[in-house]
Design a protein around this ligand. Structure first.
Ligand code: SAH
Ligand code: SF4
Length: 354
């Protein structure tokens, strides 16, 4: 018989710990060590009895997420590459105070988190999907990205976006479990309204998300305003077409009473025409959605290009003339977040070729 792998201690919720340890106030001591004092081992939990520490170490793993590389410097967008306990690489991006990202005030420090190793959805412009999908991240591996970045950078993060590698809604249970820990007062303590999930459009999971109680924000990667354009670059559109997706978005906004954001990468000669801009205006209007335009980021090995600055501005102008609240991400750094997946790919290829 193969023993099932141990759960990681950071994948558990406070109430689950309470049902495991005696007396139950020990559970809160454990979460304080994990999320307030942020120790790296059971041995460091010095106010727990020795036998309890030994038992925890027997029953649970205590994974570390090792920082392999950091790119960028203080005051700019920084990328962190991590090695997981099984050797897989993932990355997170720390975005310093930047103007009004996803409905948050401008003074927030945002982290862009990965949710999977690789991605199965194969969008044609994205680095994360290039080598396919490897596995889902576990809840502790999602939470550890925040803890490791705060430790390494000395910054306090107060805004979370699930826009790194992977499709968060394809790893729904683990992502929701991580969000509980990120949101809880006994955990990291970040308000649900400062947590945004980005999805390429998994319709059933958008509806499921609408039903759960937390006021998490939703960003939908549209990238095309008609089915032919969207299907050309996002295979998922053949499974859930635009009208199905927009219907699910409408359901989400009606349940949540909050606006969603459409993300729209501008790719030259693919989706940047005035016609697409007008159609996008209509979709945004119908849902009272915000639009974030993101000039395409070069990915090694892919032939797409970003439109000229004039074309970008013209696209934005069409949206604004139509009364849509739209922003165009500047070169400055926050668009590096959109290129999540690239650093890992680079490193893996260097490692493989070395
Ligand atoms: N899988 C989810 C979340 C991760 S992708 C999703 O697709 O929404 C996060 C964002 O980065 C998406 O909007 C995605 O389309 C964008 N992105 C991917 N590759 C990019 C590139 N080369 N240039 C700019 N944005 C990119
Ligand atoms: Fe996956 Fe999102 Fe990249 Fe598409 S854009 S391949 S869904 S990570």
């Amino acid at each position: 018989m193969i023993a099932s792998p141990k759960s990681d201690i950071k994948s558990l919720q406070l109430d689950e710990l309470r049902s495991i340890v005696q007396p139950s106030y020990r559970a809160r001591q454990i979460t304080d060590w994990l999320y307030k004092k942020r120790v790296n081992s059971f041995a460091e939990m010095t106010d727990l009895p020795q036998v309890l520490r030994a038992k925890l170490a027997d029953d649970f793993s205590f994974d570390r997420t090792e920082v392999v590389r950091v790119l960028g410097s203080a005051d700019t967008t920084r990328k962190f590459l991590f090695r997981l306990s099984d050797g897989n690489l993932i990355e997170s991006v720390l975005i310093p105070a930047s103007p009004a990202l996803y409905g948050s005030p401008s003074d927030r420090r945002t982290i862009c988190l990965s949710t999977q190793v690789g991605c199965a959805y194969g969008c044609k412009f994205c680095a994360s999907g290039l080598d396919g999908w490897k596995r889902n991240l576990r809840p502790n591996e999602i939470v550890n990205q925040i803890i490791a970045v705060e430790r390494e950078s000395g910054e306090r993060i107060d805004n979370i976006v699930f826009m790194g590698m992977g499709e968060p809604l394809a790893n729904y249970d683990n992502v929701m479990r991580a969000i509980q820990t990120i949101n809880a007062p006994w955990g990291i303590g970040i308000g649900a309204r400062h947590i945004t999930i980005s999805t390429s459009g998994l319709v059933p999971q958008i509806r499921k998300l609408a039903e759960q109680p937390l006021q998490i924000r939703l960003a939908v990667s549209l990238h095309g305003a008609t089915d032919d354009v969207r299907s050309g670059i996002m295979p998922i559109n053949r499974k859930y077409n635009l009208s199905t997706l927009l219907e699910a978005c409408r359901y989400f906004t009606s349940r949540k009473k909050q606006r969603i954001t459409f993300e729209y990468i501008l790719i030259a000669k693919v989706n940047d025409s005035d016609e697409q801009a007008h159609k996008l205006t209509n979709h945004a209007h119908a849902l009272d959605a915000k639009v974030n335009l993101i000039p395409y980021n070069n990915v090694e090995g892919l032939d797409w290009a970003r439109p000229s600055p004039d074309r970008q501005k013209r696209f934005l102008a069409v949206l604004r003339a139509g009364g849509v609240r739209a922003t165009l991400r500047r070169e400055k750094g926050d668009d590096i977040a959109a290129a999540c997946g690239q650093l890992r790919l680079q490193t893996e290829r260097t490692v493989v070729s070395a």
